[in-house]
Design a binder for this molecule. Structure first.
Ligand SMILES: *[C@@H]1O[C@H](CO)[C@@H](O)[C@H](O)[C@H]1NC(C)=O
Ligand SMILES: *[C@@H]1O[C@H](CO)[C@@H](O)[C@H](O)[C@H]1NC(C)=O
Ligand SMILES: *[C@@H]1O[C@H](CO)[C@@H](O)[C@H](O)[C@H]1NC(C)=O
Ligand SMILES: *[C@@H]1O[C@H](CO)[C@@H](O)[C@H](O)[C@H]1NC(C)=O
Ligand SMILES: *[C@@H]1O[C@H](CO)[C@@H](O)[C@H](O)[C@H]1NC(C)=O
Ligand SMILES: *[C@@H]1O[C@H](CO)[C@@H](O)[C@H](O)[C@H]1NC(C)=O
Ligand SMILES: *[C@@H]1O[C@H](CO)[C@@H](O)[C@H](O)[C@H]1NC(C)=O
Ligand SMILES: *[C@@H]1O[C@H](CO)[C@@H](O)[C@H](O)[C@H]1NC(C)=O
Length: 548
């Protein structure tokens, strides 16, 4: 076995000699030895997941087991390789709620309504979906799957039960949860149900649970919900009786703005996303319900988030929106969520993590990587194998200071018992910021940087010196700066940008997580003749965790 490349350990360039405009004077980090008593939420390394709309899932994961896009293998393996727990994958959304599982269907997905509203595309889907999911798992490594079950037709749960049984059987232990009903608080507003209310909903959940229990798919806790977004409160739903059912997760979904009626000054306001003080109110709208969930010892997951609902706006693919997605992920862990899922959809939706060249040519290279994919990569390196507690250090009063352009999180590893990392965010456009780490925290620190030239950048983004190529492959040499810090040290974070600072003994992912080469089944090419396919499993072995 040979080393793919050496990891350069560069000394931090002294900032004093450079003529650059700084966002402001250096900011002093305070990183207490232990987290505050109120920070008890230990998140697993896989607290960042990816959520997929069913209607476009086959264009991203492949229509058959034999035609899984190489690019998607790379995109997913890059993240799987950075986690020590299975990557969370949720398939669902409004479209899945209106879709039908057809056990005898030979194809993955058939679109049933060419006139469908683009935010709610119903399809018929067959067992090929599970085959593709299992094959992807076998190729890229551990994932845990969550699928949606509809609550739109409570007079007839037969398709729900058929799907649940098939998922249970085909995915086995890889099935983490089934979410009962997607955004039921919008059913009435969207015309799915008349005069729908929480008591009706909870009663119907009871019926669904009975059917699923009878079908023997509730032998372990596997149901999640209520997957509300907009009109209802988790606490109200729990009080109305949802707490009596055997839920594995409570789930909520949220976007700070929407583009359902077209662009406006709110959903195109990048400044909103660059202001750290907006993140807590965005995430804490169900604080009461989350406190109840904590008493019941049921984790709360944010099963969908992204910048702008109804398909994004013109700011959603910017690096600024990507930094926001990092900030939300970290903050969510700090305010008691157990996991968050970045949502991705069909081709050309601006907030997507990735897009094939066209929906019809996803087996070919030429994929476009969204800024939010880099957010997922960053977040995948944050939490430790034994779990971490993430604390917002309220740097420069950034939780309440509208002028703050910086934020910082302390990450306590080893289950939250010891200081492991710092995440330093700089929202300033084209202006670096220096963060002073005090003496006595770590004799050396290793620094990785997420950055782009400006907040409006959409393509030239890099994480630890690497940029994603057109086949989902990480290109360039992975860069980690080692900085002596026994007597304190100054870490310069480019603006806009974010740094992940690893203290002395924390584990760092190194290696090449690209597993699939270009080709194999380009249009007109033979499917199994590519020598690159055989190479991929060897490369999986190379992307291991090393102690530094
Ligand atoms: C940071 O600490 C240094 C050294 O103790 C001090 O001179 C400086 O004023 C502090 N800066 C801020 C913004 O508090
Ligand atoms: C998170 O949970 C802790 C422990 O119960 C609680 O003190 C804290 O207020 C919660 N945080 C939020 C933002 O609700
Ligand atoms: C949800 O909670 C908020 C804040 O506590 C409250 O204003 C709102 O009326 C509640 N909505 C429902 C439907 O209970
Ligand atoms: C844009 O966002 C900023 C920061 O949250 C806010 O101060 C400003 O009022 C917003 N502008 C509009 C037009 O919503
Ligand atoms: C987004 O569109 C709005 C108009 O709807 C425009 O004012 C704004 O400059 C655009 N922003 C970007 C980053 O393109
Ligand atoms: C820190 O806060 C001060 C006071 O509000 C503000 O002027 C400055 O821009 C902030 N600096 C950063 C980097 O957030
Ligand atoms: C990409 O961004 C980096 C800074 O992050 C910059 O140094 C480089 O010149 C940019 N490359 C291009 C082609 O614009
Ligand atoms: C990673 O491995 C792939 C596949 O062998 C190769 O094409 C690529 O050059 C490697 N990348 C780096 C940064 O070494």
């Amino acid at each position: 076995m040979h080393l793919l490349h050496r990891i350069p350990l560069l000394a931090l360039v002294s900032s004093a000699t450079l003529q650059v405009a700084y966002a402001g004077p250096p900011l002093n980090i305070t990183f207490p030895e232990k987290p505050p008593a109120s920070s008890i939420n230990v998140v697993d390394s896989n607290f960042i997941g990816i959520s997929w709309e069913l209607s476009s899932f086959d264009t991203l994961w492949g229509k058959t087991v034999a035609t899984i896009p190489h690019a998607m293998k790379n995109y997913l393996h890059n993240i799987v390789a950075r986690l020590q727990k299975p990557l969370r994958i949720r398939v669902g959304g409004n479209g899945m709620d209106g879709s039908t599982y057809v056990p005898g269907q030979k194809t993955f997905i058939e679109h049933t309504d060419p006139e469908a509203y683009f935010n709610d595309i119903p399809v018929n889907f067959g067992p090929v979906m599970f085959d593709v999911m299992n094959s992807m798992y076998d190729t890229v490594g551990p994932m845990q799957f969550t699928i949606g079950l509809s609550m739109r037709t409570p007079h007839d749960f037969s398709n729900v039960v058929t799907l649940a049984k098939a998922a249970h059987e085909k995915l086995g232990d890889r099935l983490d949860a089934m979410l009962l009903g997607n955004e039921p608080d919008l059913y009435a507003g969207h015309g799915e149900r008349d005069a729908y209310d929480i008591p009706t909903y909870v009663k119907e959940i009871g019926d669904a649970v009975d059917h699923l229990r009878d079908a023997k798919v509730l032998d372990r806790p596997i149901i999640g919900g209520p997957t509300i977004c907009c009109g209802w409160n988790l606490s109200t739903i729990l009080d109305a009786g949802l707490d009596q059912y055997p839920y594995k997760h409570y789930t909520v979904q949220r976007y700070p703005q929407h583009n359902c009626g077209g662009p406006n000054e709110k959903n195109t306001n990048l400044t909103y996303y660059l202001s750290h003080m907006n993140v807590a109110p965005f995430l804490n709208w169900q604080q009461e319900g989350m406190a109840r969930a904590q008493e019941l010892d049921i984790p709360v997951l944010l099963t969908e988030y992204n910048s702008v609902a109804c398909g994004g706006s013109n700011i959603s693919s910017t690096f600024g929106a990507g930094l926001w997605a990092v900030d939300v992920g970290l903050k969510a862990a700090a305010v008691n969520y157990s996991a968050v899922f970045l949502h991705t959809r069909e081709h050309d939706i601006t907030y997507n993590l990735f897009d094939p060249p066209t929906p019809e040519t996803s087996t070919e290279p030429g994929w476009i990587t969204g800024s939010t994919y880099y957010s997922a990569l960053f977040l995948a390196e944050v939490a430790a194998a034994e779990g971490s507690i993430i604390v917002d250090l309220n740097l420069n009063n950034s939780n309440s200071n509208p002028e703050a352009l910086a934020a910082a999180y302390g990450i306590y590893d080893n289950g939250g018992t010891e200081r492991g990392k710092l995440a330093l965010l700089n929202f300033a456009d084209k202006q670096p910021q220096v963060y002073n780490i005090p003496a006595g925290i770590s004799s050396t620190v290793q620094v990785r940087i997420l950055t782009a030239p400006e907040v409006l950048e959409r393509k030239n983004i890099s994480w630890a010196g690497q940029t994603v190529g057109n086949n989902g492959d990480l290109q360039g040499v992975q860069m980690t700066e080692a900085v002596k810090c026994a007597d304190g040290c100054a870490i310069e974070v480019p603006g806009p940008g974010a740094a992940l600072v690893f203290l002395g003994n924390s584990r760092i992912f190194t290696g090449n997580s690209t597993i699939a080469g270009i080709g194999g089944y380009l249009s007109g090419a033979k499917i199994s003749s590519s020598p690159l396919l055989g190479l991929s499993s060897a490369l999986v072995l190379l992307s291991t965790w090393l102690m530094l």
